[in-house]
Design a protein around this ligand. Structure first.
Ligand SMILES: NC(=O)c1ccc[n+]([C@@H]2O[C@H](COP(=O)([O-])OP(=O)(O)OC[C@H]3O[C@@H](n4cnc5c(N)ncnc54)[C@H](O)[C@@H]3O)[C@@H](O)[C@H]2O)c1
Length: 372
């Protein structure tokens, strides 16, 4: 029997790719999304990239009546609706808390009243804070935090208590959360609230901790999230990508097609129930490398990245995924290499107009003392 799936935030970047993945696999999909102007523009209407088979309900995840209606006849839910942006969350504290924490609470209450077969909830790397490190003796350091004094001096690498730089390692799910921003707090709350409610009411829950997801349909005019989309929107306006610190911070960039497949696998596999799973590429690149990569594929290599030497509050130095749990439990293997992914991104970018709001976003942080 065809299953009916609700995707909150289903008009957004990851949600719409998951919707397509599910439609292609024979599911019936309903997207529930308020078409947030920061993501979809002021005159937002149904995005063209959303497959026509997807039913779109425009509504707010904080509205209990609308959420209950959206859940009618639904067998399983993906929860992606969120305010997304680390830096912005540090001053729009009320909005971020309302959407990410209370919005999730609203959805969970409605699910308790109308039980479903499964909830897959979006979590992310932000909850880890700094990733896992080892010291010169090979000992693990799970609780690293850089000091304001070191950051003000541009001393970017985390150090052990003896002052020696630590070496980054892939971060497994067992690393304790270390919340450095209101966005991370909301992401952790969403993940943990879902797992708590799932255990109490025997509802299968899977929390997917996405690393940096990139690919077509990522909002190009939203300067608060998606490093690759932000770099692309600068380059398309003939301006250099802006990079904080020295550009040597390491991240894990996972293509949205791989992320969407991981989502379908999480829906279909019972083995993941009750678990948190990292969804990344399993590879790490420096931010400078990916900025140069996108400049190259866009044919704008002459626009060398602007390295600000500034620290942005809430940023971590290195964090990239250990994906062995998702491999073992879901059989998840990333298929899109960064080079392939960047080429596909360029083909899509060629059809887009990007408004560059990076300077505004940067000055908003500076005015509030959120950069050093
Ligand atoms: N993109 C990434 O790299 C990444 C990494 C880690 C975690 N995540 C998480 O994955 C999820 C999806 O992220 P994304 O990159 O697709 O972001 P996105 O901004 O493209 O999508 C979010 C969608 O939610 C909608 N939305 C916002 N507020 C809403 C509200 N109050 N009610 C209903 N809909 C609302 C927006 O209109 C948007 O369509 C988020 O929960 C995000 O925290 C994303």
């Amino acid at each position: 029997m065809t299953k009916n799936i609700l995707v909150t935030g289903g008009a957004g970047f990851i949600g719409s790719h998951v919707a397509r993945e599910l439609v292609e696999a024979g599911y019936r999909v309903r997207a529930f999304d308020n078409l947030d102007p920061q993501v979809h523009g002021e005159l937002a209407s149904r995005p063209q990239y959303l497959p026509k088979e997807v039913e779109l309900i425009r509504g707010d995840v904080r509205d209990p009546v609308a959420v209950r209606q959206a859940l009618e006849d639904i067998d399983a839910v993906f929860h992606f609706a969120a305010s997304v942006g680390v830096g912005q969350s540090m001053y729009r504290i009320h909005d971020y808390t309302a959407v990410n924490d209370l919005g999730t609470a609203c959805l969970l209450e409605a699910i308790v009243e109308n039980p479903i077969e499964k909830l897959v909830v979006a979590s992310g790397m932000s909850i880890y804070g700094e990733g896992l490190y080892v010291d010169a003796e090979g000992r693990s350091h799970e609780n690293t935090r850089r000091t304001p004094d070191a950051l003000a001096l541009g001393d970017w690498e985390p150090r052990d208590p003896k002052g020696r730089p630590l070496q980054p390692r892939p971060t497994p799910e067992s690393k304790p959360a270390a919340l450095e921003s209101i966005y991370a707090l909301g992401t952790h709350a969403r993940e943990q609230a879902a797992l708590i409610v799932g255990r109490a009411y025997d509802i299968p829950i899977v929390a997917l901790r996405f690393f940096s997801v990139y690919g077509p349909h990522q909002a190009l005019s939203n300067p608060y999230t998606g490093a690759l989309a932000i770099f692309a929107s600068r380059l398309m306006n003939n301006r250099p990508p802006v990079i904080f610190e020295d550009g040597e911070q390491r991240r894990d960039f996972v293509h949205v097609h791989d992320a969407a497949r991981a989502c379908r696998l999480a829906l279909e596999s019972d083995r993941a129930n009750g678990m948190t799973l990292n969804i990344g590429s399993g590879q790490s690149y420096t931010v400078r490398e990916v900025a140069q990569g996108i400049s190259r594929v866009l044919g704008r290599s002459q626009l060398q990245p602007e390295i600000t030497g500034e620290y942005r509050m809430g940023d971590v130095r290195h964090c990239y995924a250990d994906i062995s749990r998702a491999k073992a439990v879901l059989g998840f293997t990333p298929e899109v290499t960064l080079d392939e992914g960047l080429l596909e991104l360029t083909r899509w970018l060629a059809t887009q107009v990007a408004v560059d709001h990076v300077a505004r976003a940067r000055s908003e942080l500076q005015e509030r003392g959120l950069t050093l």
